[in-house]
Design a protein around this ligand. Structure first.
Ligand code: CYT
Length: 275
């Protein structure tokens, strides 16, 4: 794929979405496992199936909606990905990058990303919310590999404030107002899909990670390349391998995110209102 055709595809996809919705979103939302419920908060929503958007990647995983929802929350125009692409599903870097590029083209200046993660910090408890202070890209790949289109961003983008200090502070202020305890820590992004081993978790703890998951890092790298300000949250869905004397299961992850939903929704709403 040449860089010029890639940028033409971004323009075409964005033009289609603009025509369908007539809305210019300023906030983008990419929400992890079980937290897609935020879509229900969107006022005057227009849902567009990924498959109908020119050049948009299509979700192949069963039970994943695969639509873009555009509308407003708290008077702010938003675009939300309902259904996300994980590298462990076999998708290439363009797949993960493309929707973020389209969001940028639509006018998005702030991206809120969330995920369900394993808690590595032993002071954490299942159900805790963590604002992501920084990440470790341990996926051994990067969505910016390949020719760089200077119109989209710099060849060597700065990552010294991948997760906006300003937005992290805003998250803490909002959480405090709501009487909600909010952790802050480093997110280690791995490829998956197998969960980590106890030895890997010990390694990640030595490296300074507080939580571990299998998403978020590629989207955030692309967003930063595009000059989008990022706020990230992990829902501590389970304690990471080896911490508790019990196996990990996706069922536990889903169960926790289900329980955390109400406080999480309230926090996200409060932040969008304050943005
Ligand atoms: N949990 C999770 N590792 C975990 O322990 N949700 C992702 C990765």
């Amino acid at each position: 794929m040449s860089t010029s055709s890639y940028s033409a595809q971004i323009l075409e996809a964005a033009a289609f979405i603009r025509k369908e919705t007539g809305i210019q979103p300023e906030i983008g939302l990419i929400l992890g496992s079980g937290l897609g419920i935020v879509a229900d908060l969107i006022e005057n929503p227009v849902a567009i199936e990924y498959s109908s958007i020119p050049h948009f990647p299509v979700s192949t995983v069963e039970g994943h909606a695969g639509e873009l929802v555009v509308g407003s929350i708290q008077g702010k125009n938003v675009v939300m990905m309902k259904g996300r692409f994980h590298t462990y599903e076999g998708y290439g870097v363009e797949t993960v990058s493309f929707p973020v590029r389209v969001m940028k083209e639509l006018g998005v200046r702030t991206l809120i990303v969330t995920n369900a993660a394993g808690g590595i910090d032993t002071s954490y408890e299942v159900g805790d919310l963590m604002v992501i202070s920084d990440h470790l890209n341990l996926t051994y790949r990067n969505p910016l590999i390949g020719p760089n289109d200077n119109n989209l961003g710099a060849r060597f983008p700065d990552m010294s404030e991948a997760y906006s200090r300003r937005l992290r502070q805003l998250a803490h202020d909002t959480a405090a107002e709501q009487g909600l305890s909010l952790r802050e820590g480093v997110y280690a992004g791995l490829l998956g899909p197998s969960y980590e081993t106890p030895a890997e978790i010990r390694m990640l703890r030595v490296l300074g990670a507080a939580a571990v998951g299998m998403s978020t890092v590629p989207e955030v790298i692309v967003a930063r390349h595009a000059g989008i300000e990022v706020l990230g949250f992990s829902c501590i869905a389970n304690m990471a391998a080896g911490i508790l004397d019990q196996p990990l299961s996706h069922a536990e992850v889903m169960e926790t995110t289900e329980k955390v939903k109400p406080k999480f929704l309230k926090l996200v709403l409060g932040i969008i209102k304050a943005l």
